[in-house]
Design a protein around this ligand. Structure first.
Ligand SMILES: Cc1cc2nc3c(=O)[nH]c(=O)nc-3n(C[C@H](O)[C@H](O)[C@H](O)COP(=O)(O)O)c2cc1C
Length: 217
């Protein structure tokens, strides 16, 4: 896939057309596009009050499809998800009242423990963001800003984006931290996959702000 000449979209149009894409074709995202996406993550706000300089606070790891590191990352993630699912199963035996509240999540978890995360096998890259922990402890919020910038940039480039929140559970996984070359306990992690969408995602959302706004007097 080559970088395309594309019509300029307004910010409003990009925000409105952003969607979770969960099916990808095997196409490779050009390096120039990935650089643009990663650059937008670095432009996102970070916790300046921690006193940690930007060059030390945010690291971005890019795993490309059909590489050894991608296979390793995917296997470590699935193993960790399965471990967590077993712990959760025990917890739900002890605290069955949680089951109702967690129905939606448990259905997704059941599917993932059986079949893995398909987009990690299809999409061009898996991106992991590591944010150095500091005080105030706002690393997770900080990563969310970076992910949103990446998501909007990917949308603008006509690419698909899928959050892989399970990446967060790898922040204490020695094998994964070893793969990233990060010390234990110093970073929050989150991730996403980016690739060529398998189908069009032009599903219109009818959002009326009045359904959400409470004008305070
Ligand atoms: C904090 C957060 C974590 C999410 N994690 C995942 C995830 O791990 N996997 C997934 O498929 N979608 C994930 N989503 C995407 C939401 O399910 C999705 O944004 C929502 O259903 C609305 O759909 P849209 O993104 O297409 O507008 C996450 C969204 C948020 C805000």
């Amino acid at each position: 896939m080559e970088t395309r000449d594309k019509p300029v979209k307004s910010l409003e149009a990009i925000i409105e057309s952003r969607r979770s894409v969960r099916n990808f074709s095997k196409g490779t995202v050009p390096k120039a596009d990935m650089k643009k996406i990663i650059q937008s993550a670095i432009y996102a706000p970070y916790a300046g009050a921690t006193g940690i300089p930007l060059k030390d606070i945010r690291k971005i790891f890019l795993f490309s499809q059909d590489t050894e590191s991608m296979t390793q990352a995917r296997d470590i993630l699935l193993t960790q998800i399965r471990k967590k699912a077993r712990v959760l199963k025990l917890l739900l035996i002890l605290l069955p009242f949680l089951r109702k509240k967690m129905t939606g999540f448990l259905n997704v978890l059941h599917e993932v423990t059986r079949n893995g995360i398909p987009s990690l096998h299809q999409a061009s890259c898996y991106v992991v963001i590591a944010e150095k922990k500091g005080f105030p402890p706002v690393g997770k919020q900080s990563i969310a800003h970076a992910l949103q910038n990446m998501w909007l940039t990917a949308t603008d480039l006509g690419l698909g984006f899928h959050l892989v929140s399970a990446t967060g559970i790898l922040s204490k996984n020695k094998q994964f931290l070893n793969l990233l070359g990060l010390p234990e306990g110093d970073y929050e992690l989150d991730g996403c996959v980016i690739g060529v969408p398998a189908e069009s995602t032009d599903i219109e959302k009818n959002i009326d702000p009045d359904d959400h706004i409470i004008w305070m007097k």
